[in-house]
Design a protein around this ligand. Structure first.
Ligand code: ZN
Length: 416
């Protein structure tokens, strides 16, 4: 049996530390609270008997739960991030614990306008009788990703208390600044030393995220000619007009975030800056099929050529840089990463679901760097919002799943 009250206590303790990531900060991690929580986690890991627990100079917490198997077993890493999204403040979180949820909408006590509605959260229907944790409606909760942190900590505690459960070496890794795209920047994969990794940063229960978008960023620079408007006839080339024409020529009814879902990719112009002489436009390119990114980039380039024809005297430069890659590309290197996760859930008598994310995770970056890393459910709902909530039973299910997963890997002999 998983110690549910202790798991809840852990979660409530971790969300009380403000770890909001700060975009544009000059330090790493971007906010001091991440170091405070990291220290707390290191100390708790040491107290659990994980004697090598450390917090690195970049705030990353690493620890090993040593193997208790007599055979050599593959090293498996478990990862969660300690920071929370800058989209909603994570300072002064006042969690509301709803025991034996009776069904219906949940009004948050600190803000009567903030209501978690069943209509928007149909998954609530299956959770009647469960323990739910919400905010008071004025901050986020931080379940993304402190649910993952609490689940990993409770898994370590459970395995320490149950030496009869066979497992190989588990490497615990808590990262910083995932929410602002820097979760993996200071993780040394050689120091981590794992052959496979799981991020605990997924929604609900029993889902395994096996695909993310592949992502590129295009910066389009328009250059023209500025001159006083009084003498501009035949001489001025206004790049604001060129940029407007460029956007107009891009597809609107397809290939945009506003018109796509599921596996469909898109081009998304999201930022424009500049004036008459020069304008810079930033566009993100997204598709599950990595090869399609080149086609999207080609579409930008051909649109630039057409546009230039309408505005002789203007120049348009399209520069594309890679951001991250669909984790499915790299997961093929270690098919057991997903297969064993499915098996662990099945052994618990539950139904695993393979899911895709229209975005990226630290796992996409880890996978791309050669460490196959699917993402697992950990009870997150409505991340980044004051309407964020989590379910204690789903967190318990995540702990049960990790305990099972450790055993599945322990049964697999390491190839010499
Ligand atoms: Zn997250």
């Amino acid at each position: 049996m998983i110690n549910r009250e202790r798991l809840l206590e852990r979660f409530l303790k971790y969300v009380s530390v403000d770890t909001t990531a700060r975009e544009g900060a000059e330090t790493y991690p971007s906010s001091p609270g991440q170091l405070v929580l990291g220290r707390m986690l290191r100390d708790e890991l040491l107290a659990l008997g994980l004697t090598d627990a450390v917090q690195t100079e970049h705030g990353i917490v690493l620890a090993t739960l040593p193997s208790n198997s007599d055979k050599p077993v593959r090293v498996v890493a478990l990862n969660a991030h300690v920071d929370t999204s800058p989209e909603t403040t994570g300072a002064g979180v006042r969690p509301q614990v709803v025991r034996k949820y009776a069904g219906g909408d949940l009004v948050l006590p600190g803000n009567p306008q903030a209501v978690i509605r069943v209509a928007d959260n149909p998954e609530l229907k299956a959770l009647v009788g469960c323990t739910l944790i919400t905010t008071d409606g004025t901050t986020l909760l931080g379940s993304d990703d402190k649910s993952g942190v609490a689940v990993i900590m409770e898994t370590a505690a459970y395995l320490q208390e149950h030496p009869d459960v066979a497992h190989g070496p588990l490497r615990i890794c808590f990262t910083c600044d995932e929410e602002i795209g820097h979760g993996v920047d200071h993780v040394d994969l050689n120091v981590l030393g794992a052959k496979v990794c799981y991020t605990l940063d997924g929604k609900g229960a029993d889902e395994i995220d096996v695909e993310t978008f592949s992502a590129d960023l295009a910066v389009v620079t328009f250059r023209g000619v500025n001159i006083h408007p009084s003498i501009a006839k035949g001489r001025m080339v206004n790049t604001l007009r060129v940029a407007g024409e460029f956007i107009h020529r891009l597809p609107h009814d397809t290939l945009s975030p506003e018109t796509t879902e599921g596996r469909q990719g898109f081009l998304h112009p999201y930022q424009l800056s500049g004036g008459v002489a020069e304008v810079q436009m930033r566009i993100i390119l997204r598709d599950f099929d990595t090869a399609r990114l080149a086609q999207l980039a080609e579409l930008l380039r051909s649109t630039a050529v057409e546009c230039q024809r309408s505005f002789p005297g203007a120049s348009i430069a399209v520069e594309v840089t890679p951001q991250y890659r669909n984790m499915a590309d790299g997961l093929t290197a270690e098919p057991r990463a997903v297969r064993f996760a499915q098996l662990a859930i099945e052994r618990l008598g539950r139904k695993p679901q393979l899911t895709i994310i229209r975005g990226g995770t630290d796992g996409s970056r880890f996978t791309e760097l050669g460490l196959p890393t699917p993402n697992l459910s950990t009870g997150e709902h409505n991340p980044h919002s004051p309407l964020e909530w989590t379910c204690l039973e789903e967190m318990i299910q995540a702990v049960e799943m990790l305990v099972q997963l450790a055993q599945v890997w322990a049964e697999e002999p390491v190839a010499q």
